[in-house]
Design a binder for this molecule. Structure first.
Ligand code: SAM
Length: 214
């Protein structure tokens, strides 16, 4: 590993730990609506939640009967998520693992791999990580990728320097072998959100849901 790579790794971990330490809770504590919508009808099996943050999605999946691996770069977030899971009575159904996906990835194969808002800064190799995520899906399993498609209604030019890929772009950059996957959902929608001043707002998000056929 070069010094440069090492610095990137430390920066990612320190950045996200510091972000989580800013307050006792930075996300809503509720599972993502889109996860509930898209995974609610699936038969529970083994799930992998990539960038599990404070654990709301992983806890929701565990409550639906899934055996979950929740994984994130931030030890602060993982500790918080484990507390949340214990309070919810599903601590024994979730395996929390710390990984910087640019460098390592959970072992095993999964019936659901979910990457909800797996966004970061700098040289974050999101496309490569999502290809690794696809490879971790068992035959018959589902890959769910949810991401922002633009800035929020109260600040549409936020992150104007960032390119938000369309669902089709996400799909084509996965470089999946033809015929091995079925596209179940590739869509953009406006997600209701609360603005920092407490007023209602929206943000365009996209969803890509694929099933592995072979
Ligand atoms: C925008 S948050 C989304 C959190 C959660 N999935 C949700 O929907 O609320 C992105 C998450 O990805 C994690 N993350 C960022 N870079 C990462 C990396 N290189 N490896 C693993 N996790 C990372 C962050 O710590 C953070 O929890």
């Amino acid at each position: 590993m070069s010094d440069h790579q090492h610095q990137d790794h430390a920066a990612g971990e320190e950045f996200w730990d510091a972000r989580y330490r800013e307050s006792d809770r930075i996300w809503s504590g509720k599972p993502n609506d889109v996860l509930v919508r898209e995974a609610g009808g699936l038969a529970p099996g083994r799930a992998l939640d990539l960038g599990s943050g404070e654990g709301a999605d992983a806890v929701w999946l565990a409550r639906q009967g899934w055996h979950v691996t929740g994984t994130d770069i931030s030890g602060v977030a993982l500790e918080r998520a484990a507390e949340h899971a214990a309070e919810a009575g599903v601590g024994d159904r979730i395996d929390w693992q710390r990984h910087d996906f640019a460098r390592s990835f959970p072992a095993g194969e999964f019936d659901l791999v979910s990457a909800c808002f797996l966004h970061s800064y700098g040289d974050f190799p999101r496309e490569r990580i999502l290809r690794t995520a696809a490879a971790a899906v068992a035959v018959g399993g589902v890959l769910l990728i949810v991401g922002h498609a633009g800035g929020p209604s109260w600040d549409p030019d936020a992150h104007a320097d960032m390119h938000f890929p369309t669902p089709r772009e996400v799909w084509s950059r996965l470089e999946l072998p033809e015929g091995d996957w079925e596209v179940l959902v590739a869509a953009e929608h406006l997600q209701a959100m609360t603005a920092p001043d407490g007023r209602p707002g929206t943000r365009p998000d996209n969803v890509l849901k694929l099933r592995r056929l072979r």
